[in-house]
Design a protein around this ligand. Structure first.
Ligand code: IPT
Length: 963
């Protein structure tokens, strides 16, 4: 009688692995292999009491499922999203009786020749616990969802025959307590499955150590295997027995910036393994993380394995697109939050060059660790879990240690402090002393090599940069920590519209050597592709599958949309992480190489001079080869004379193609205003030319008796009114930061009423005074609208004052008006082409742009304010034919244009809830509040908190030929 788990509840042991082989390195080997990915038979039962009646063959009544996959994404059961909370009662190591149980069966033919050797069955990842049978014989069970589990099936497999492999997977097990990462709970066999012949002379485990001495340029290679073998690296002339240290003069080292790999192989009598060798030394020296003797700065992101249809069952193409997108956006590092990724991802990091923090599959956030207190029952502080945890750590290191890209081993994420931290750290050091140890929740830094924190404020980061962070209770520990380099394991929470304030972090990283960069949270939104009842696609987040407990759209906090479209936040990050910085200085352009290792020979510069957005001259210049962190001044090109506002833009591009982008790929752009708009002062004070002809007309503007603009040049309008509301962005909610949204709503900013207080017609203008305030509130905004004309155009001069004791900053300040729905095209001169906000504007350049109204929207998974175009000088809305309604100002303004109101945006839960109405709504703003990162972290940097009052907006409305 096989042990079924349902009687013994083997899945509730502290360590559930049974019958598994010792871990070994992931390998590209010529060992005969049968790929068991593909079609299996599948049945989902509500709990493990389902009969084990599927060991002998393919049950006809079952459905098919493709592996690797999660059953919840194949029509069985449903995904659950929680951030910290466990979706079951907290009673470790017990789990609920209601425990979805997935049974899998398939057959595979094993060649007769496979009698000569041992046969291994390998699972790269099964969530969360599996029991495995081959030909009816139970082999054991798994642990560690994101780690490999390998079984020796030699005794049960039948070479020359058809074999049956059967697997029972439980959704919940004691493993679930160790795997409480902030992501969807998704179950099943979600990584590759294979069977391998291990002939006599198979290499077993293999270990590659490739050290580099930056002083002498010498590389040291040592390869170890379980059986005698030879290591061959032809390019280096190496053909030697394993187990010895080989010194090689003048090797080219590996780095993320120059990922030099030497390809080779390990040749055993029964197996050949393809290897890559990257020589490098990672150390903490003089309080700094150095690779090959150089301080490096991590410009990183936190990456989950994620695909919007496949969950964590990510294919090779998707992994490659992640790596290429990172490289193309100036990202040089990745933390594999919060578990070891699919092993192929690490191969790609080796090949294309990314520094990696490889993190163990371990998080117990739901136990509520706070400071020194891990929270009752937390496995991190319970020795009964120690061997399971140490084993997880060892299995990750053993699987991954041959990758040159890995510079740190991370024990896990947010488990709190506890007795098992030291054991895990020591286990990693014992298996590999060539990487640094990382664990953000070791606040004392006692067991780690790097001081690491998350979401700190700018002030806190700066304090650490200066080395005067608050001391610990123990002076020895304080001294130990003070001598450590610092990284932000997570910062700049990219949830919804944001993050803002990226460059202020980067400035700190650049100013203080101890601050060695950070990892933005996070790479991609985990939205799952779903269709609504009308067949429209949307990206589902927590709650969309009817979960009783969930954390909503907190799962959508990435720099990429789920389909891997870059968000505005990623474009901003790309600019902030630019590898070459340009500044205009006397004598030319100062070029600073912001890279740590390589020179600038790969790059060249292209420039353009634009007068009001129209190119007047362009050219290019080669960059001098500036060494890492060095600088040089290049002369400015000769510019032709211009009259209107003129900008000089320089783009840094790849001079030649690389493995990750083609020649011409833009890495960054910088811009300077060479000539301001003309005669600002003169025009601003120009007298109004023509007096009013007859009320209620002001030039082309038609007003009603209450002084409200009804029509402009024959175009019907919803009259302009003062607007202070924006559909709150995730950062306004301040989930793990300081919220503003509740204060805004408490003040009624989302339901302001406008009253006309007075109307006065003069010879020169129409003056309307309005009072805008919310029901129940004494606070108000007093606006004076002065409408005038020069005979042709309509001018508005608006001033706004505050009445009462305002304590909250305003979401926005400007006017809102309705244009007819036939408006489609928008053209403007200002920042673009993308959206920008005061604290996230570096990636958007001043220029002339055109767009459809519909393309000005950014479809954040949870609808929220978006699409702001910053620093506009003029904007023209197409009104048919070649004609346009033009709004312009001498002071740059912001505008937002959409087919629904801010209130619609606020109420919507998904972008597909938003339907075009009979108006195009236009906001013209003096300013909008910044973005910050308060959904998890600090709010808007003080640099962007400007005093708005007394506020003034001067606009000119005209109709004419479109630009
Ligand atoms: C922290 C987690 O490490 C990460 O997994 C994710 O939850 C992120 O922040 C927020 O999206 S938890 C935070 C409450 C500090």
């Amino acid at each position: 009688m096989p042990s079924t788990g349902n009687t013994e509840r083997a899945y509730e042991r502290f360590e559930t692995a049974r019958g598994v082989l010792p871990p070994r390195a992931w390998a590209r080997s010529d060992a005969p292999r049968i790929d068991l990915n593909g079609r299996w038979r599948f049945r989902l039962s509500p709990d493990p009491s389902a009969p084990i009646d599927f060991l002998d063959g393919l049950p006809a009544a079952w459905s098919d499922i493709d592996i690797p996959s999660h059953w919840q994404l194949r029509g069985h059961g449903a995904p659950i999203y929680t951030n910290q909370a466990y979706p079951f009662p907290l009673d470790p190591p017990r789990v609920p009786d209601d425990n979805p149980t997935g049974d899998y069966v398939r057959t595979f033919d094993v060649p007769e020749l496979w009698r000569e050797g041992r046969v291994f069955l390998r699972f790269e990842g099964v969530d969360s616990f599996a029991t495995v049978w081959v030909n009816g014989i139970e082999l054991g069970s798994t642990s560690g969802s994101r780690l490999a589990n390998e079984f020796d099936i030699t005794e049960s497999v039948r070479p020359g025959e058809r074999n049956v492999v059967a697997v029972r997977v439980l959704q919940w097990s004691s493993n679930s307590y160790l795997e409480d990462q902030d992501m969807w709970w998704l179950s099943g066999i979600f990584r590759d499955v294979s069977v391998e012949l291990r002939r006599a002379g198979s290499i077993g485990d293999h270990r590659i150590q490739a050290d580099f001495d930056a002083q002498t340029g010498t590389g040291f290679l040592r390869v170890d295997t379980d059986v005698p073998a030879t290591v061959v690296v032809e390019e280096l002339g190496i053909d030697a027995p394993v187990g010895q240290l080989i010194a090689i003069d003048q090797v080219e080292p590996w780095s993320a910036e120059q990922p030099r790999l030497y390809r080779g192989r390990i040749v055993g009598s029964g197996e050949i393994i393809e290897i890559v060798v990257g020589f490098r030394r990672v150390e903490v020296d003089d309080g700094l993380i150095k690779v090959n003797g150089r301080r490096v700065q991590f410009r990183g992101v936190n990456r989950h394995d994620f695909h919007p249809e496949q969950g964590r069952a990510v294919d090779a193409e998707t992994m490659l697109s992640d790596v290429l997108l990172m490289k193309r956006h100036n990202i040089n590092a990745v933390r594999t939050s919060h578990y070891p990724p699919h092993p192929h991802f690490l191969e790609l990091c080796d090949k294309y060059g990314l520094w990696v923090i490889d993190e163990c599959d371990f998080e117990t956030h739901g136990f509520g660790a706070e400071g020194d207190d891990p929270g009752a029952g937390n496995p991190v502080d319970d020795v009964r879990w120690q061997s399971a945890l140490v084993s997880r750590m060892r299995r990750m290191v053993a699987r991954d240690r041959n990758h040159p890209s890995i510079v740190m081993w991370s024990l896990g994420n947010e488990c709190g402090p506890g007795v098992n931290v030291e054991a895990m750290s020591s286990a990693a050091r014992e298996l590999d002393s060539t990487r640094l140890i990382h664990y953000e929740r070791d606040f004392t830094s006692a067991q780690v090599d790097v001081y690491s924190r998350m979401y700190l404020t700018y002030e806190e980061v700066e304090q650490i940069g200066r080395g005067d962070e608050p001391p610990l209770d123990d002076p020895a520990l304080t001294a130990h920590r003070n001598a450590q380099p610092f990284i932000l394991a997570e910062y700049a929470h990219a949830m919804g519209n944001g993050p803002g304030g990226l460059s202020e972090y980067q400035e700190l990283f650049d100013r203080y050597p101890r601050l060695q960069g950070g990892f933005v949270w996070e790479w991609i939104d985990h939205g799952l592709r779903t269709t609504d009842t009308s067949g429209r696609t949307f990206w589902a987040y927590g709650g969309d599958f009817g979960e009783e407990l969930h954390d909503g759209n907190f799962v959508a906090d990435g720099l990429l949309f789920p389909d891997r479209t870059p968000s505005p936040g990623l474009l901003e990050l790309k600019k902030v992480l630019e590898p070459v910085r340009l500044d205009l200085v006397t004598g030319g352009i100062r070029v600073t190489n912001a890279q740590d290792i390589v020179g600038t020979s790969l790059f060249s510069a292209e420039w353009v001079l634009e007068e009001e957005g129209i190119a007047r001259a362009r050219g290019s210049f080669p960059l001098p080869d500036i060494s890492a962190r060095g600088e040089s001044v290049v002369p400015l090109p000769d510019f032709p004379a211009t009259d209107a506002e003129t900008w000089f833009t320089v783009r840094i591009v790849l001079a030649a193609s690389t493995s990750w982008a083609s020649a011409g790929h833009e890495l960054s752009a910088s811009q300077w205003q060479i000539r301001p708009p003309q005669s600002v002062a003169a025009v601003r004070h120009a007298p109004v030319a023509a007096p009013l002809v007859a009320a209620p007309l002001v030039g082309p503007g038609e007003f009603d008796a209450r002084g409200r603009l009804q029509r402009f040049a024959g175009i019907d309008l919803v009259s302009p009114c003062l607007d202070v509301w924006r559909a709150p962005i995730d950062n306004d909610f301040g989930y793990y930061g300081e919220p503003l949204e509740p204060f805004w709503r408490a003040e009624g900013l989302h339901r302001m009423q406008q009253r006309v207080d007075s109307i006065r017609w003069t010879d020169a203008d129409l003056q309307v005074i309005t009072r805008t305030g919310a029901a129940g509130s004494r606070l108000a905004l007093l606006s004076t609208w002065r409408w005038s004309t020069d005979g042709a155009d309509l001018r508005l001069s608006l001033t706004v004052e505050q009445v009462g004791d305002w304590t909250v900053p305003l979401p926005r300040l400007g006017i809102r008006m309705g244009l007819p729905a036939f408006v489609h095209t928008v053209e403007w001169f200002g920042r673009g082409p993308g959206e920008a906000y005061s604290d996230s504007a570096r990636a958007q350049l001043v220029g002339r742009y055109a767009s459809e109204v519909d393309d000005l929207q950014t479809p954040y998974l949870m609808p929220q304010e978006n699409g702001n175009r910053l620093d506009a000088r003029w904007v023209v809305f197409g009104i048919g034919g070649n004609r346009g309604l033009r709004v312009s100002s001498l002071e740059p303004f912001s505008f937002t244009t959409r087919r629904w109101t801010s209130e619609d945006l606020d109420a919507a839960k998904h972008p597909n809830d938003l339907v075009a109405g009979d108006r195009v709504w236009l906001n013209l703003d003096v300013a909008q509040y910044g973005l910050g990162s308060a959904s998890c972290g600090p709010g808007v940097h003080p640099r962007y908190l400007r005093e708005l009052f007394p506020a003034r907006l001067d606009l000119r409305f005209a109709v004419g030929d479109a630009q």
